[in-house]
Design a protein. Structure first.
Ligand SMILES: [Zn+2]
Ligand SMILES: [Zn+2]
Length: 366
């Protein structure tokens, strides 16, 4: 079967690999879609960030080269003999967090903090392939009305939902969301679902800000048009907001996320940055909080229901669907060029269908 493997920075390879037999507790999935995530882009452009290259991950036992991709869904085609809760033909979404099941964090239900935590598709073989093998505990059966295309966005939607739950955001509270990439746009939808008051979206791209408005942002601030903190203060009668979300991953946006807060406010950090300067005098003096949010836990069944009921239409952030053959050129390279792409889905099964639906951008990617 065909799979897209990460060998190193700027070195993804489409390879034909052997199907391996299932181990106890595992299932095999025919992949319907696998989204390209910001973390995949980090690995592609200047990895390894989290892909193990020397020491195998304790739960997957794998080192690079690995099949990349953690945002995927598909149909179960085989289950190990000991797997009783799933069967062949089940349509599922993958919650791609490895967990040991017995550390102090797993035992308290906080498996996203597991001592051996890792992601399928980064620390073990993932979903950019015709088929994928994952532990059965990662599989969630889809509600019948939920399409694969929507389910493919469940993983980033889970990131956004977990972050909103980690926050102190209550109904009626205003918030500012920095960065209208996939996660930021999903945060807009989740904040709307949580009945936030004003939802102020910040980005430098007018088109993304337009999409944020469509998805529920009440106000937008173009960060290329002057000081964001000042613009937010003008929108909020000089007070600022009780909650902000940083989904960019830059020191200056973290400073912005703190700057827009009212006293006692909370900045929720999702973006990854190696280090940042924080004005700790301001932090203490205004009794601000910084909360971080990692992955998700215990919310997939509810999230999939929300998506099936249309409360959260995460499929709206999908801008492109490409074949496995075209994934590097029309997926990774397109995202790297900072153009029109927000969420690109790779569709391993349907080269022909994909070409029919394509915009002609697949030319030359045979
Ligand atoms: Zn992701
Ligand atoms: Zn654990």
């Amino acid at each position: 079967m065909k799979a897209l493997k990460w060998h190193g920075a700027l070195d993804l390879r489409l390879e034909v690999i052997e199907r391996r037999p299932l181990k106890a507790g595992e299932i095999r999935i025919e992949v319907a879609y696998c989204g390209i995530c910001g973390s995949d882009m980090h690995e592609y452009l200047h990895g390894p960030d989290s892909i193990p290259v020397n020491v195998p991950h304790p739960l997957s036992g794998r080192v690079a080269p690995i099949v990349i991709g953690h945002e995927f869904c598909g149909t179960v085609v085989e289950v190990a003999a000991d797997v009783k809760v799933l069967g062949v033909g089940d349509r599922i979404a993958v919650e791609p967090e490895y967990r040991c099941g017995h550390c102090i964090y797993c035992r308290s239900g906080r498996y996203n903090l597991c001592e051996s935590m890792g992601f399928v598709g980064l620390m073990g073989d993932g979903g950019m392939a015709e088929e994928a093998v994952v532990p059965a505990y990662m599989a969630h059966v889809l509600p019948p009305s939920l399409s694969f295309r929507q389910a493919a966005v469940a993983e980033p939607a889970a990131v956004a939902l977990h972050a909103v739950r980690r926050s102190a955001l209550r109904a009626g509270d205003d918030c500012v969301i920095f960065g209208m990439g996939a996660i930021g746009l999903l945060l807009v939808m989740m904040a709307r679902h949580h009945e936030a008051g004003r939802i102020i979206a910040v980005d430098v791209d007018a088109r993304r800000l337009g999409l944020a408005r469509e998805l529920g942002a009440s106000d937008t601030v173009d960060a290329s048009q002057g000081d964001v903190v000042q613009q937010v203060r003008e929108l909020t009668g000089g007070v600022g907001v009780p909650v902000s979300f940083e989904a960019v991953g830059r020191p200056e946006t973290l400073q912005g996320a703190l700057g827009v807060l009212s006293k006692g406010g909370e900045a929720v950090l999702l973006g990854l940055m190696p280090e940042a300067r924080i004005d700790t005098f301001d932090l203490v003096n205004r009794e601000l909080r910084i909360t971080s949010s990692l992955g998700y836990r215990g919310l997939y069944p509810e999230l999939l229901e929300l998506m099936a009921r249309g409360v959260v239409d995460a499929g709206k952030i999908v801008t492109h669907v490409v074949s496995l053959e075209a994934a590097i050129q029309d997926g990774f390279e397109r995202l790297a060029s900072a153009g029109d792409a927000i969420k690109v889905l790779v569709q391993p099964q349907s080269l022909e269908v994909d070409r029919d639906a394509g915009s002609g951008a697949h030319a030359g990617s045979s």
